[in-house]
Design a protein around this ligand. Structure first.
Ligand SMILES: [Zn+2]
Length: 50
């Protein structure tokens, strides 16, 4: 829970919560499930298929 809180704080500061591939915003729900997610759902599922 602490890590999620830190992640949400970083989202507000603007240097977190964007996909590192397409720079789309990562859904908050996705970050709540996986606070260290660096990819949006689309890019993550694309990577998992490889
Ligand atoms: Zn993406």
């Amino acid at each position: 829970m602490q890590r999620i809180h830190a992640a949400l704080a970083r989202i507000r500061s603007g240097d977190y919560g964007l996909c590192t591939v397409c720079e789309e915003e990562i859904a908050i729900r996705r970050l709540e499930t996986d606070p260290v997610a660096m990819l949006c759902i689309a890019c993550a599922s694309r990577q998992e298929q490889r």
